[in-house]
Design a protein around this ligand. Structure first.
Ligand code: ZN
Length: 297
């Protein structure tokens, strides 16, 4: 796996920046979920944002959930990332076929439609932080820019891109997030705005095979770029048969009895990585016995 992200600052810490190359993890998501090209692009953009936003959190066990829901044919996209570069996600409808938009690009906005973006940060507190904002373009990057401005009051510039090969596998994927820190001076803001408006698109940067370092150097190199760290990123789901078993054990006794009495194997499915876990009737009996024993104690 060659995917990684970098974290950097510029303008003496007045700008913080993240950039990622995510080709392998987006391809992994495409294979696992058998997504159509427009959904590969939509999910790939959200996964790319997820790894960078996961890196913004501080706690070891913190997780961030990004959910895009709309009235378009994909219905919803859900991504969860941690702070260590692991990300997982799925599209509620993985096979959406749409014509290219008027720019000849994959019509991500058409697949998503009008809707909302929800960001849930589980920081290990009693209640998670939940921020919601309307989708502005439904192209994801602009929607996140709007979310940062309105929900977190952090002026940001978000760019996300996924390029496909002719055979619909992933050719390139990546992106960047730039954020202005509190107390930033007007001159830096003006200079950065000018720079951003003069940039070529992220897809053309990716198409040239630019690395995250080269992308940030190109975008904010004039501001004295300082790369702080580099983190490998990957598509990774932390589900396991043991965990699913644990969830079944905690079901109500009546539900468990009913499952076991049917005498058939039961499937538990993880949507995030599209893996099925099967429980044979004997295993269910075992779980039921375990559950009863627990009740007695
Ligand atoms: Zn899973």
């Amino acid at each position: 796996m060659n995917d990684y992200m970098i974290r950097a600052i510029a303008a003496d810490g007045q700008i913080r920046a993240f950039a990622a190359t995510t080709k392998d993890l987006v391809e992994e998501a495409r294979k696992r979920h058998d997504t159509s090209p427009v959904i590969t692009a939509a999910l790939g953009r959200l996964l790319t944002a997820g790894v960078m936003m996961g890196n913004m959190m501080k706690g070891e066990k913190d997780t961030i959930t990004l959910k895009v829901e709309g009235n378009g044919p994909v219905k919803a996209l859900t991504v969860i990332a941690d702070t260590k570069g692991n990300v997982k996600g799925f599209a509620h409808v993985p096979q959406v076929i749409l014509h290219a938009n008027e720019k000849g690009k994959l019509d991500v906005a058409g697949a998503i439609g009008i809707g909302v973006l929800t960001v849930i940060k589980d920081l290990g507190l009693k209640e998670p932080y939940v921020g919601t904002s309307m989708l502005t373009t439904s192209e994801i990057a602009e929607d996140l820019t709007y979310y940062f401005a309105t929900s977190e009051q952090v002026p940001s510039s978000v760019a996300l891109g996924v390029l496909m090969e002719k055979n619909n596998t992933v050719k390139q994927a990546g992106g960047f997030i730039l954020q202005l820190m509190p107390g930033v001076d007007d001159e830096t803001i003006t200079k950065l705005e000018q720079k951003i408006s003069s940039l070529t698109s992220i897809t053309s940067m990716l198409d040239q095979g630019m690395t995250p370092e080269q992308i940030l150097e190109y975008v904010i190199g004039d501001f004295g770029l300082e790369i702080l760290n580099r983190t490998p990123v990957r598509f990774h789901c932390n589900c396991s048969k043991e965990k699913v078993r644990g969830a079944i054990v905690s079901l109500g006794r009546e539900d468990l009895k009913e499952l076991a009495s049917e005498g058939e194997a039961v499937e538990a499915h993880c949507d995030f990585c599209n893996t099925s876990y099967w429980f044979q009737p004997e295993e269910l009996e075992e779980i039921l016995a375990q559950n009863e024993k627990k009740k007695e104690n």
